[in-house]
Structure formats: C-alpha cells, structure tokens
Design a protein around this ligand. Structure first.
Ligand code: NAP
Length: 280
C-alpha cells in the first residue's frame, strides 16, 4: 500500500516558517488579489488566499470587481498596483470573463510582482533555469517530492496534461532535477503504455477516474494534481484511488496532497517578492 504524500502536513510546516520570516521583516509583505465576476469556485479560492495571508502574516488587499468590468479598467487597476511600492505581489484570479483578454492582463503584471509566475518573463526563466518565481502548483509538487526524499534524477517522469499552468511547467521542473520527462496530452497515442513506464507519474487532466491501476507501474510515485468532483460532489483527483494506491509506492491524496502545497507556494512567492522589494 502506498505511502501518502501529506501536503497538508508540509503546508503546515511551511506556514510556520513563512510566518516567522514575515514577522521579522521591516514591513509586512502585501498581496493584492483581483477577482472579476462571481464565479463561485473563484470566490472560494480568493477567500482561501485571504485566509492563508492572515495565517502567514501577509497583508492581503482584495479587489472584487463586477463581471462587467472592462479590460481597460482592469488594466488600469493593475497599473496602479504595479506602481504602488507597498504592494509586493499581484494575482488576478482566473478564469476572467470572456470579454477580457487573459493574455493581455497577465502580461500587464510587472514581473517582479508576478507571484503566480504566469508572465512570459518568468516563464522564460523557468525554461532557462534562472532564479525567479516558480509556478505555485508545480513548485508545490516539487517541494512535496523533496520532503519525502524522492529521487528524480534519471527517473522516467510522465506528466499527463500540458497546460501552461500545470503540465508544461511541471515537466520543466522535473527536467531541471534531471528527470527523463515525457509530456502526454489528449492526442497521445497508447497513453496507458506510456504512463505504465513512469517511475514518477503526475496527472493533471481534470477527469475523475482517468488514471486506473493498470496504467501505473508497480512502485511508482503518483502525484494527482487534479481537483475534480465525483458523482456525489466530493472532491477527488484523476486517479481511481483504491486501485492506484495498491500499486504505487507513494501517492498524493485528494484533498490534502497538492492543493495545500499550491496555496503555500503562493505565500512563499509573496514573501520572496517582499524580500526583493525591501532589498531595493
Ligand atoms: P487543462 O488546462 O484543462 O488541461 C488539461 C490537460 O489534460 C490538457 O493538456 C489536455 O490535453 C489533457 N487531457 C485531456 N483529456 C486527455 C486525455 N483523454 N488523455 C490525455 N490527456 C488529456 O487543466 P489544468 O488547468 O492543467 O488543470 C488540470 C487539473 O488540475 C484540473 O483538475 C484542475 O482543477 C487541477 N488543478 C489543481 C491545482 C491544485 O492546486 N491542486 C491547481 C491547478 C489545477 P490537450 O492539451 O491535448 O487538450
């Protein structure tokens, strides 16, 4: 039976460390969070971010804007926050309403305040391996693997999913640690043969029951990034958990695996931004 990669416990530890550091700074770090519209899931995410900030000793400034906010108005607010020396991080909660270009908005955030690491400048640094913000979910996965001393070098790593937010940066971070990385997506042929070769399998598809036991190698490390709802509305990942945990050596539970890590990396990034700003 697989050992559970306990993201909740590690997040707890990180929270205490971040809090200790924020309390020692000349001023509290500040995270500005912008939510446009009333998407219920986004509202929950923003509330969680506010809670995380309080618990980490970070000041949060939330901007809840109506769904009909224009792109120009949103860009104007980002400009103001870019110029405000007291604001260390700016996060625009996605998805945005359809009339607003996500690309334009993400490109407008100043890279030194881009704590989500979605700006092409920061994405470029992930590709070249330079120091910079790391995207929250993949960096959270890496922290979890590190905590459990899971070796990546030379391992066959398979990432299912190639989104800009999860799959692609996840693959790059595994490559950075010398994994031999394969990225799969909806056009991948013979997917289950590819996943069954993985020493480390990361699933970021978003489909309940997608990864079954027969797709997993005996002893593999399985990281389930997905946050889906099952037929009863309960939070679950991509894996058929009962099947996969019997074959894996380590597995992330959903909830309590990658989710809490994602949240804490955002706090870490905000702290890093504040440190950089304080050092001028
Ligand atoms: P996304 O943008 O919808 O990407 C899903 C990926 O899965 C795409 O690359 C897609 O391939 C691939 N895919 C879909 N069907 C497939 C199939 N039949 N075979 C192989 N690949 C397939 O989603 P995302 O934003 O990356 O998020 C993925 C999941 O992670 C979601 O459940 C989301 O809620 C969750 N998530 C969790 C966290 C966290 O903190 N735990 C953070 C972010 C996201 P194509 O590119 O070919 O379409």
């Amino acid at each position: 039976m697989a050992i559970k990669l306990d993201g909740k416990a590690l997040a707890e530890k990180m929270r205490a460390q971040i809090r200790e550091e924020t309390e020692s700074l000349a001023r509290r770090p500040t995270l500005a969070v912008i939510l446009v519209g009333e998407n219920p899931a986004s509202q929950v995410y923003v509330r969680n971010k506010e809670k995380d900030c309080v618990e980490c000793g970070i000041l949060s400034q939330s901007y809840r804007l109506p769904a009909q906010t224009s792109e120009a108005q949103l860009l104007e607010l980002i400009d103001v926050l870019n110029e405000n020396d007291r604001v260390d991080g700016i996060l625009v909660q996605l998805p945005l309403p359809e009339h607003i270009s996500q690309e334009k908005v993400l490109h407008a955030i100043r890279p030194d305040k881009d704590v989500d690491a979605f700006h092409p400048f920061n994405v470029g640094k992930i590709v070249t391996g330079e120091q910079g913000f790391l995207p929250c979910t993949p960096a959270g996965v890496m922290a979890l693997l590190r905590e459990y001393e899971i070796d990546i070098a030379g391992k066959d790593c398979v990432v299912v999913g190639r989104s800009n937010i999860v799959g692609k940066p996840m693959a790059l971070l595994l490559l950075r640690e010398n994994g031999t990385v394969t990225i799969c997506h909806s056009k991948t042929a013979h997917l289950s043969e590819v996943t069954a070769r993985a020493d480390i399998l990361v699933s970021a598809v978003g489909k309940t029951g997608f990864i079954t036991g027969d797709m997993v190698k005996e002893g593999a490390v399985v990281v389930d990034v997905a946050m889906n709802r099952d037929a009863e509305g309960k939070l679950c990942g991509d894996c058929v958990f009962d099947e996969v945990e019997k074959k894996a050596s380590y597995i992330t539970p959903v909830p309590g695996g990658v989710g809490p890590m994602t949240r804490l990396v955002l706090m870490q990034n905000t702290l890093a931004a504040a440190n950089a700003h304080l050092q001028g």
